[in-house]
Design a protein around this ligand. Structure first.
Ligand code: ATR
Length: 278
């Protein structure tokens, strides 16, 4: 649709930002809903981040997404943080409010909504969750699971100290197991999530022995390149339900689009196909 002088503008702040899928995603929805609006890549060097964030409301932006490497630094620059973003200390969505900027984090919600849509019978409170990894993505996943009512989240990470620090920060419902200790971590689990980069195209394989995992446990990989990772394929082959990682990217974008452009967008099969097209 042709833009008018009243077009609403948002974007994604990153460095580099060319790899970001967000312009394609939001661009799809803008066209789909006939919104008089634009969503643009905003390459911002780390040194320029404070000035760029301050400029957003002055330039009339509705807000922006924030991606690597700025997600933690930007939390310090917001005038106000939503409680979930405050708890994580990490922001992926900025909403301009008058003269200020409010920070939110929608990654955890995107993760949960992906599972709720992909596996409607899954309930976070029903059985322990197992999380592989303890990096930035794992933090969002662990907190989302705890906030959604999980009684126990078992974290396994190559660098054990990072898993320990998650447990220290988020309390005794987080239990730490050694990386590779599938035999102790998997029994009784209702969910297994890979948040590491292992299994991603160009990265080393993720080698996990699923034998001790109950067959009813849901398996999810936040890696979506390839869409069907070895973990998901192995899980499905032994009868586990499995949900791929693309939905997390799509669902995390819903609240931002709604706040900026005033329409609650839908995640559809057509959108998934467009996001996977080269
Ligand atoms: P993100 O923000 O995407 O989570 P990250 O913070 O760099 O990225 O975290 C990457 C995760 O993948 C970490 O849990 C990392 O384990 P370490 O904390 O030990 O680094 C995990 N990871 C990366 N390469 C790995 C490998 N070869 N074996 C096991 N875990 C690996």
């Amino acid at each position: 649709m042709t833009l008018t002088g009243e077009a609403k503008v948002a974007g994604v702040i990153g460095w580099p930002v060319a790899h970001s899928k967000s312009p394609r995603l939001h661009g799809y929805w803008l066209a789909q809903y006939g919104v008089d609006g634009a969503y643009v890549p905003l390459p911002v060097r780390p040194d320029d981040l404070p000035a760029a964030v301050r400029a957003l409301p002055k330039l009339g932006f509705q807000g922006a997404n924030v991606t690597v490497p700025h997600k933690a630094a930007v939390a310090e620059l917001c005038d106000d943080l939503e409680p979930h973003a405050q708890r994580l200390g990490v922001v992926n969505t900025l909403i301009c409010t008058g003269d200020g900027v409010r920070g939110a984090n929608t990654d955890g919600l995107g993760f949960l909504n992906n599972l709720f849509h992909g596996a409607p019978d899954w309930r976070p409170e029903n059985a322990p969750a197992v999380v592989l990894g303890a990096g930035g993505a794992a933090r969002a996943v662990v907190v989302a699971l705890l906030d959604a009512g999980a009684h126990e989240v078992r974290v396994l990470n190559r660098t054990r100290a990072k898993a320990e620090s998650l447990a220290q920060e988020f309390g005794e419902r987080v239990r730490v197991f050694a990386w590779g200790d599938w035999a102790d971590a998997f029994p009784g689990a209702g969910l297994l999530v890979n948040t590491t980069s292992l299994g991603m195209t160009g990265q080393p394989a993720l080698s996990v022995d699923l034998t001790p995992l109950p067959r009813r446990a849901l398996v999810n990989d936040i890696v979506y390149k390839p869409l069907e990772t070895d973990l998901l394929a192995t899980a499905r082959a032994r009868g586990n339900p499995a949900v791929d990682g693309l939905g997390m990217l799509l669902y995390q974008a819903v609240p931002g689009f709604q706040a900026w452009f005033g329409v609650r967008p839908e995640v559809t099969d057509d959108l998934r196909a467009r996001m996977l097209a080269d």
